[in-house]
Design a protein around this ligand. Structure first.
Ligand SMILES: Cc1cc2nc3c(=O)[nH]c(=O)nc-3n(C[C@H](O)[C@H](O)[C@H](O)COP(=O)(O)O)c2cc1C
Ligand code: SF4
Length: 594
């Protein structure tokens, strides 16, 4: 077996020996060597001159990186609830049996492993799989057979039929955002307005962040611009990990010019000369195309020094790939991950806008928010603000999936009703809609007149539809599994709470639950909401809480017995785990700071 050292050295060199690129280095090393061995970790650490424990911590943090042999072909079936609804498990089992391999294990010839993963951002065309991180949507039994044959023939993945990797945009409705703006037009418009003028237009537009939290974008940019220091950064949050969301995928695939020029406009307003796109690890299909777009912009004077001839307008963009981990979509975790550390959320204050990437002022904005900046540059803030509702201006992209005739991306003015969306996508006999993904809200037919807007039903864009035949308990159980898997483990209420929540849901599913378990579920949900460190834990119980409140019979029919057991004191029960976390935190500190 040839030594891995020259391969790893070349990879580290490609990234200029920059320790902030450790995720990229680990991804490339895995691609070349199939997994990341302890020796590879050692080599990377010594070449980057950082502790081995730091490389190891990053490796273990990400679900798409493997610290034990995983075969040359690594197949992951997306297991979001909508994938379940389209029969992913039967197809998964079909593949396991065709390849004669057990879930999560490597085949005896060391060739292939097959497992499940949370979500692949393809809910409009599921079930889907990732093969060596490349997405293959619309999986059928025939496709499974085709993939198995290619694996058995040991065909290199980049030589597989391109048709397998064809991902459709499925744009069903468009207004102003899903409309191209010719290259350079938005940049010229921003330059003509000047830095302060463009910032004023952003504020006038009242555009609020499309990643879910809805913070006013113009205000965020202004704070960064006024922050002390000369170095600033722009981060495009393209992690899109919320189950059921895929609209950023479509923007990046077909409207990349708008997103990239939006980033440059952000840089112009805040005074940043460097931007990162943190691209979801599962969107590897988009990486090369996006890079070509960036190169073309640079060659055409739309990136680089003195953009469009404007003195002092210097801005460039680098793509950084994620490697699996929903939590890396959280702004502070993303910045930590960009720095080459495990993507755990930071304690705030200070806010990222003041102390972000490498301690410098940093704006983190969602893909859609940045694309809106181009529209505002061209037409002005006042015109933008005429669309939508009073507190939620402009249009919003919805990723519509589940029980409907036409899943895909729909653009509406903010304020559209749930009922209108259901009508447009051909959804009939609907029992519930989950808006905002696993962390969002479960709405029932009596709420379908409610509106998509920050003042009513806020959302990052996920809109999952469940017909009357669907078991909402199983929907909530799927989300409970998702959160237990995705909790980063940093704080006890979330790490232990999500595990307890998942275990209780499983117990009830197996018919071993009583009213006692239901009461405990309520307490755990509340405990996570109140005491978790970040938004993941705070919202991890939303789906279970809503399902309990709105679909109680789905729980009741699985229960047995009466409320016979005394309620446990959750605070006391969690105490030992809290002590362990404190110890882990201290160690983690040593690892990341060491
Ligand atoms: C667990 C968690 C995951 C998140 N994932 C994403 C994501 O995938 N994309 C995103 O834009 N924002 C995500 N966010 C929100 C970000 O923290 C942040 O608010 C957002 O990127 C800011 O951009 P915006 O102001 O343009 O919305 C997530 C938040 C949490 C708590
Ligand atoms: S709430 Fe969950 S995801 Fe957030 S820091 Fe705590 S353990 Fe990590």
């Amino acid at each position: 077996m040839p030594s891995a050292d020259p391969i790893v050295s070349a990879i580290v060199e490609k990234y200029r020996g920059d320790p902030t690129c450790v995720v990229q280095i680990l991804r490339d090393a895995q691609e070349a060597l199939d997994w990341v061995s302890p020796e590879t970790v050692e080599t990377i650490a010594s070449l980057l001159k950082i502790p081995r424990t730091r490389v190891q911590a990053v490796l273990r943090f990400h679900t798409l990186l493997y610290d034990r042999p995983h075969g040359r072909y690594r197949v992951l079936f997306a297991d979001n609830i909508t994938d379940r609804m389209t029969g992913n498990i039967a197809l998964f089992e079909h593949m396991l049996s065709r390849l004669k391999v057990k879930r999560g294990e490597v085949s005896s010839d060391g060739l292939v492993s097959v497992d499940l993963t949370s979500d692949a951002g393809m809910c409009d065309q599921g079930p889907s799989v990732l093969v060596n991180n490349l997405a293959i949507p619309r999986i059928t039994a025939r496709r499974v057979d085709e993939i198995c044959a290619l694996i058995r023939a040991q065909a290199p993945v980049d030589e597989w039929p391109a048709e397998l990797f064809q991902v459709n945009d499925n744009i069903r409705r468009r207004e102003t955002l899903l409309t191209p703006i010719a290259p350079g037009v938005a940049l010229d418009a921003a330059i003509a307005r000047g830095r302060q003028g463009m910032l004023d237009e952003m504020k006038r537009s009242n555009v609020r962040g499309r990643g879910g939290a809805g913070f006013p974008v113009g205000r965020k940019w202004e704070t960064a611009r006024n922050a002390p220091g000369v170095e600033r950064y722009v981060v495009c949050n393209a992690d899109e990990g919320e189950p059921g969301t895929f609209k950023d995928r479509v923007l990046l695939n077909s409207f990349a010019v708008r997103v990239l020029e939006g980033m440059a406009i952000a840089g112009y307003c805040v005074g940043a000369s460097k931007g990162f796109i943190y691209l979801r690890g599962e969107y590897k299909n988009l990486q090369a195309k996006l890079q070509r777009e960036i190169d073309e912009m640079r060659a055409g004077g739309r990136l680089g020094a003195s953009i469009r001839g404007a003195a002092g307008f210097d801005f460039d963009i680098e793509i950084r790939m994620g490697a699996g981990g929903y939590i890396c979509g959280e702004g502070t975790a993303m910045v930590t991950s960009l720095e080459g550390k495990p993507g755990r959320p930071r304690v705030r204050p200070p806010s990222m806008v003041l102390v972000g990437y490498l301690g410098k002022p940093t704006v983190v904005d969602n893909v859609e928010s940045l694309a809106h900046a181009t529209e505002i540059a061209v037409e002005g803030g006042a015109r933008f603000a005429k669309r939508g509702s009073r507190f939620s201006t402009g249009t919003k992209l919805l990723s519509v999936s589940g029980d409907c005739e036409r899943p895909g991306v729909y653009e509406y003015q903010m304020g559209v009703t749930i009922g209108r969306v259901l009508e447009d996508c051909g959804a009939k006999a609907v029992s519930a809609v989950q808006v905002g993904g696993a962390s969002g809200m479960l709405l029932t037919p009596d709420e379908f007149s409610r509106r998509i807007a920050f003042e009513d039903v806020p959302t990052g864009g996920s809109f999952m539809i469940f017909g009357v035949d669907r078991d909402i308990f199983e929907v909530a159980r799927n989300f409970a599994h998702f959160f237990a898997h995705e909790s980063c483990g940093f704080c006890t209420p979330c790490r232990v709470g999500t595990t307890i929540q998942r275990n209780i849901m499983d117990k009830i599913a197996e018919g071993r639950g009583a009213h006692y378990e239901v009461n405990e579920l309520k307490r755990v949900v509340e405990f996570m909401r109140r005491f978790s460190h970040c938004g993941l834990g705070e919202t991890a119980g939303n789906a279970v809480r809503d399902a309990l409140n709105k679909f109680r019979p789905a729980f009741e029919r699985r229960l047995h017995g009466k409320d016979f057991a005394p309620a446990i004191d959750l605070e006391r029960a969690l105490e030992p785990a809290r002590r362990i976390t404190a110890r882990d935190d201290a160690e983690a500190h040593l690892v990341t700071e060491g």
